[in-house]
Design a protein around this ligand. Structure first.
Ligand SMILES: Cc1ncc(COP(=O)(O)O)c(C=O)c1O
Length: 428
């Protein structure tokens, strides 16, 4: 149950957040709290004794919520072992093989190989690298407007959603397609006037754009660009870092479109990063892709494997579709929000403007509900797969009240929360 006993952030959280802001060279905290480790299902606790309902799942990275009993058992099983982290690709563990096998089982037929790495950006990085290696001499990649693929330099070159992420960094040469029904036409035009198919190394797409605004790809666009990529021998990469692992009600978002990519990436809910593809997409030479720690954390691998097992056992693809449908319908009845959208438990809606959106996110946190923004004025709802109707009803009640409060003329937040998350004004 939600319980907010202090101001948010509470005094103990505040002390740590302040010090983190001071000392962390990559400061970017999303929740105005410091986790205590306590909590249950979609509810998490902070070190001030507050309990929050988490409708952001740490940006889709926590599909089973807090303190899942099977996960606690698993951690206990591994706790007598040291090291738990073995040095990646070069030193074999059984969990490495188990993870590959489980991933292959939930991938389309013919996807008989995968490469494990640490993060989503590294998964994307390696996905584009294997495509480049397969087609030596290519000059450009293609990505989508408002797409978001991570922060390593390769992945960042594909990212087109917010200039703050790219400012000052060098880039790979890229061409872009609009994320709408004109994409096919534009793709044909690029191939006529900007680059030959032999010059294009890959096309990468999120079938539901994440950071860019939870934009759901139209079927026409996907059918057309997939067909053009295939006709021209251009590898088609589906970035499933945020959408994957059942979030949208299918294991992978591309499955909603009746297409099969050449390569796909996964991370977040999988706990480790992965590139999944038919074996012949990967370079033959040992060492062409690798990393000291890549995917080799035994506990992380075990958690990822267990996550797949629980999703299957608890039939969560189906329940995510059902619960997602319920939330979407309920959103349509809430005043002062627009464009409710979503697939499965990957949902969003828009608020009138950017500042009000940020204020609603902060107001929800003050009331014990954790949500996050996306795009310029979107709020996303990405609860853990374990939410039940009662949690959803509570979350929507808070959202409705927060929207009502924050869309009043002249509304402004005050208090230290605005020093840590955006509150309708720019963070210092
Ligand atoms: C679609 C997509 N690709 C890649 C990434 C990068 O993942 P990571 O932050 O683990 O590097 C993200 C992260 O939000 C993402 O949403």
């Amino acid at each position: 149950m939600i319980s907010t006993k202090t101001t948010i952030p509470g005094p103990k959280s505040l002390r740590i957040l302040k010090a983190l802001k001071e000392k962390n060279g990559g400061w970017a905290v999303s929740y105005p709290l410091v986790f205590s480790g306590g909590g249950n299902g979609p509810y998490c606790e902070d070190i001030d004794g507050n309990t929050f309902l988490d409708f952001a799942s740490q940006i889709a990275s926590n599909p089973l919520g807090y303190n899942d009993p099977e996960m606690l058992e698993l951690v206990k099983f591994y706790s007598p072992c040291f090291p738990i982290k073995y040095a990646g690709q070069d030193f074999a563990t059984k969990e490495h093989l188990d993870m590959l096998e489980e991933l292959i089982k939930i991938a389309p037929k013919g996807f008989n190989s995968a490469f494990l790495i640490n993060s989503g950006a590294e998964a994307v990085e390696n996905a584009i690298k294997i495509c480049m290696r397969k087609r030596p001499g290519t000059k450009f990649g293609i990505s989508m407007q408002s797409g978001w693929h991570g922060r390593t330099l390769g992945a960042l070159s594909l990212t087109n959603s917010n200039k703050v992420h790219k400012k000052g960094y060098m880039r790979l040469p890229m061409l872009r397609l609009p994320f709408d029904d004109t994409a096919g036409e534009e793709f044909e035009r690029l191939l006529r006037s900007e680059a030959t198919p032999e010059e294009i190394g890959f096309l990468i797409i999120e079938h539901v754009q994440g950071e860019g605004g939870y934009n759901i790809a139209p079927q026409k666009m996907i059918s057309e660009i997939r067909a053009i990529a295939k006709e021209n021998g251009i590898p088609y990469i589906s970035d499933e870092v945020q959408t994957g692992m059942g979030r949208t009600g299918k294991w992978w978002a591309f499955e909603h479109y009746g297409i099969i990519p050449d390569v796909f990436s996964a991370a977040k809910a999988l706990q480790v990063g992965a590139v999944v593809a038919p074996k012949n997409m990967f370079p033959k030479e040992p060492g062409a892709i690798s990393s000291t720690w890549g995917g080799g954390h035994v506990l992380d691998l075990a958690i990822g494997i267990k996550t797949i097992e629980i999703i299957k056992k608890e039939k969560m693809l189906e329940s995510n579709r059902k619960m997602g449908g319920y939330i979407l319908n309920r959103l349509k009845d809430i005043k002062n929000l627009s464009n409710p959208r979503g697939l499965g438990l990957m949902l969003a809606f828009d608020i009138i403007d950017h500042a009000s959106r940020d204020n609603v996110v902060a107001e929800c946190a003050k009331r014990g509900l954790l949500v996050l923004g996306c795009g310029t004025r979107g709020i996303r709802l990405i609860p853990p797969y374990v939410v039940v109707k009662e949690d959803v009803d509570k979350a929507l009640e808070i959202l409705e009240a927060a929207i009502k409060t924050c869309t009043k003329r002249g509304f402004n937040h005050s208090g230290s929360i605005c020093d840590f998350i955006h509150c309708g004004k720019t963070l210092s």
